[in-house]
Design a protein around this ligand. Sequence first.
Ligand code: ADP
Ligand code: MG
Length: 259
Amino acid sequence: MPALLEVEGLGIGFGGVQAVQGVSLSLEAGEILALIGPNGAGKTTVFNCISGIYRAQAGDIRLGGRSLLGLPPHRVAAAGLARTFQNIELFHHLSTMDNLLLGRHRFMRSGVLGGMALFGPRSPAAREEMQHREKVEEIIDFLELQAVRSKPVGSLPYGTRKIVELGRALAMEPQVLLLDEPAAGMNLEEKQDLRLWIEDIVARFGVAVLLIEHDMPFVGDLADRVIALNHGVKIAEGSPEAVRTHPEVLRAYLGADAA
Ligand SMILES: Nc1ncnc2c1ncn2[C@@H]1O[C@H](COP(=O)(O)OP(=O)(O)O)[C@@H](O)[C@H]1O
Ligand SMILES: [Mg+2]
């Protein structure tokens, strides 16, 4: 049986810079794998290749045994992969509810929101919209976003926006969830909530989570396994403790501090 997500010998460069080289990883359903490494190590680039934003120049990426190579982002999403972004990508003038509904887009046969208004309350489009709203309501309850459901996302505190973005990814009902620095900028209490939610998401839905994170205590509590990158290359893989104390990893972070 192949792993749920398999990345094999991934490589990509920009101009003269080899951003990622020969990176392999695999992820099983129900597993949490963390990607760490100093700034510029290539972590986000790995995510951009997996999610179809960049086209890998070497290697292969498979989800459930099927290659994702060359698929545009919406096809990768439809195959069962959702992600969040280091810099949060939401529609700031839209409400929490509407941002989450947009996460349902891949399931929408009618193709448009507002089927109720267009075709009347008993139309198939309206029924479909109701089902999407119910699904989104479940996520709003789960992530405790009730108080901000109607607020424009741009008016929310940073930590809350990050949770809304997680909610939108969940609304896509992914098999694999990629989280780019989900805890960055959060206070301790928000981080604790986030950790419990991620654990719950994995336990409830059997989702596989690949996350980029700098907060080592957070990674140590959450991740089953850790991979460290430096200069686009994998330098260590293993338990959080083994990777955190790996000589190459310590050297990479010291080098980054000195730079
Ligand atoms: N679109 C791009 N154009 C040029 N260089 C890029 C692009 N995307 C990433 N890079 C380069 O790839 C390297 C890795 O970046 P990134 O993956 O964002 O690192 P990390 O997420 O680990 O901090 C950096 O040197 C960065 O400048
Ligand atoms: Mg990054």
